[in-house]
Design a protein around this ligand. Sequence first.
Ligand code: ADP
Ligand code: G6P
Length: 483
Amino acid sequence: MGKTIIISNRLPVQLQISNGSINAIPSVGGLATGMKSVHSGGESLWIGWSGLTDEETPPELEGKIDQALKENGCAKVKLNANDIDGFYYGFSNRTVWPLFHYFLEYSEFELDFWETYRSVNQKFADAIIEKSEEGDTIWVHDYQLMLVPQMVREKRPDTSIGFFLHIPFPSYEIFRTLPWREEILEGLLGSDLIGFHTYDYERHFLSSVRRLLGLEVSFNEIYMDNRAIKVDSFPMGIDYKKFHDAALAHEQNYNEERSDFQLRLDHHKASAPDTKLILSIDRLDYSKGIAKRLNAFEYFLKKYPQYQEKVRLIILAVPSRSNVPQYQLLKKEIDELVGRINGELSTVNWTPIWYFYRSLPFENLIDLYTSSDIAWLTPLRDGMNLVAKEYIATRTDKTGVLILSEMAGSAYEMNEALLINPNNFEEQANTLQQAINMPKEEQINRNTFLQNRLERYNVEVWANEFMNALNEKRDLGRAFVSE
Ligand code: ADP
Ligand code: G6P
């Protein structure tokens, strides 16, 4: 049995250089936070981008950088500023991300972006080819690396290759608008196993393969070049124990070890004890529906003025992809919306929205999750949305209400949450009212089901199921060859 190599653009840590020393900062985002738990428990090697371009890396620090990554079980792929522009800010986040999230009008079809995407995917593939041996298992992650499976297979057909997409796979009608649609499908089909969060994404992918490549598809297998490629859905879980235990520790050490952040939350709670806290946490991304949520909140406060001074919305928006123009525009839009709504509705005693635009340490995320009466997550499209699962995991007394968009992959597994259409303000206003008034027993009842499911199907089980399916595929292949 060979080793396992994980490969993704984003490593679990991002390196930064300050005053000649190297700092490793935890990465934000579902892929990094989820896979980190899987990686730290095993023997795998994780290959990806360090967060520093060649131009930002003084040659004398190369050794220290490699060492810092090695300490985290990682190795780097070297990328220059031009690569990052065309591959990361370009094709990945100005072409694929908007298209796969159904923002067709934001998607830019630039030949330069595509060419850089292809050449950078080759760099990732070369790093795997160099570090892998016969019998190894290679697990490629996400939309930044869709050509890698085929590139690796060409040189290393003796390895097992799995691919997991962390974002939605769009319907055929959307996907077919991409000028390089066949190349992307062929890249992915270099895998032995392709995984998606939901059955819908899987179906969309199979439909595109059938209609664009004309390949034979039977149930969830695709036949190509005398190979069978398996396609399946594996909804990603969270490290339930990590979040639940952190919340328990937070509760137990409450009097001795409260963070400054928690102290401030408590201070506000004490000054307005019957005010409900409504929380949302997202990367600042148009797919998360933050602007619509703000508008829906204003609509709610005007429709039900009795809740003015009785609720407060906390928006934690984590800076993300800030070199991409759409993200800059969104930042401006949200800054203005928060300013306008607060300006219009605030009173001497009350500010309706608290807005934080920053990344917070893990302990403050726990402060927020445990202090909030309601979590309100309204993505317009989201591959999964792990924040919804994390909120539920931290509710040690099982109270709390989750309002979740139907457009998030996690909604498929979280039926006991209050599911909403983020475009329907009327429904959201009524759902907020329902959440504010939900009896404790009902909250506990709903969250008991949710917590049991999240605890059972945690991120480790998710990773094991994917790896077992990949290994099974390899064993079947071997049996077939020896017959
Ligand atoms: P996405 O992957 O699109 O960013 P998810 O909701 O699936 O959305 O995952 C976001 C992840 O990022 C969660 O695991 C969450 O805990 C983490 N995260 C979000 N905000 C912060 C923050 N301010 N600091 C640290 N981690 C954060
Ligand atoms: C989503 C994507 C990940 C990505 C993360 C953060 O979860 O699926 O691939 O790493 O967002 O985005 P970033 O661009 O900062 O890596």
